[in-house]
Design a protein around this ligand. Sequence first.
Ligand SMILES: NC(=O)c1ccc[n+]([C@@H]2O[C@H](COP(=O)([O-])OP(=O)(O)OC[C@H]3O[C@@H](n4cnc5c(N)ncnc54)[C@H](OP(=O)(O)O)[C@@H]3O)[C@@H](O)[C@H]2O)c1
Length: 294
Amino acid sequence: MNLVSADQNVLNGLHITFIGAGSIAEALIKGLSETGMSKTAYLHVTNRSNHERLNDLKATYPIIAHSDLRDAVLQADILILCVKPKDVHSVLPLVARHARADALYLSVVAGCSIESMRQMITSVRTDSGDPHIVRTMPNTSCAVRESATAYTMSKSCTTRDQSRVEAILHAVGRTYELTEDLLNAVTGLAGSGPAYVYYFVEALTRAGVDVGLDEATAYALVLQTLYGAAHMLRASNETPATLRKRVTSPGGTTFAGIATLKQHGFETAVRQAVIRATQRAEELGALLDEEVQV
Ligand SMILES: NC(=O)c1ccc[n+]([C@@H]2O[C@H](COP(=O)([O-])OP(=O)(O)OC[C@H]3O[C@@H](n4cnc5c(N)ncnc54)[C@H](OP(=O)(O)O)[C@@H]3O)[C@@H](O)[C@H]2O)c1
């Protein structure tokens, strides 16, 4: 595992194009805009058909919106693929047909392997050699520049590609370079992770209401508890287990609460959720591979 730091100057003057304008694209665009990157690089976005969405993004962020995919792709140095796995097969060859031969492809698509992408690109381009592809898995906390992001580079990538990718990903959170075989696991854990936490917060808030608090107060208490605990975990050198045990005196209230979580299979449920989400990323990847016949 490699926690990288990055020099954002390597993106100066570059054209960075988002293919897809959904949740993860917006999270990345928001995070990058907040770094001030848009003053030194050119951000572009395109989607399939939702013009209203493009107008909203253009009105909110310093970004150039294109309703025509070709216009968005032509001059891009870096193409960030932000479409659903089911759409990659139709959109990537289209993108590759119009892209510069030396463009760097950065994909956030769950389960889509570098080999699948390489085949989709080379099926329409023979002039660009082995395309430079980076497969990455950020999460939506990019929007507040706190994503936990992992990435893998194709063998064809250069150190210049890596410094550019690190500059983009580091701007929106913490970044880890991992081998590709681990990216589905990252998807199940950290890609889907914010939703697990939101779900936990929903449940904890309802529990607060169950024990007599009004919903707004319960939510405010849960939020600050979550924030404080996350801050404590990062600030302290202790493991989560040590921190938990320190506040769990036998016979006390936390002890009773944790025992009830255990009794109801809390840990098993969480572990099964991550395993199933990881499997789902594998299934989606296998479907894509089948389509491309990797
Ligand atoms: N959301 C997350 O938390 C998260 C985290 C990590 C990774 N990811 C990955 O990010 C990818 C996108 O997820 P999302 O949640 O952002 O999806 P989303 O909100 O559904 O957005 C998908 C986008 O793709 C566009 N699109 C579809 N076909 C296209 C085409 N032929 N040409 C151009 N644009 C096209 C759609 O445009 P229209 O609206 O015009 O159809 C839409 O803007 C997925 O592969 C997912 O695995 C998501």
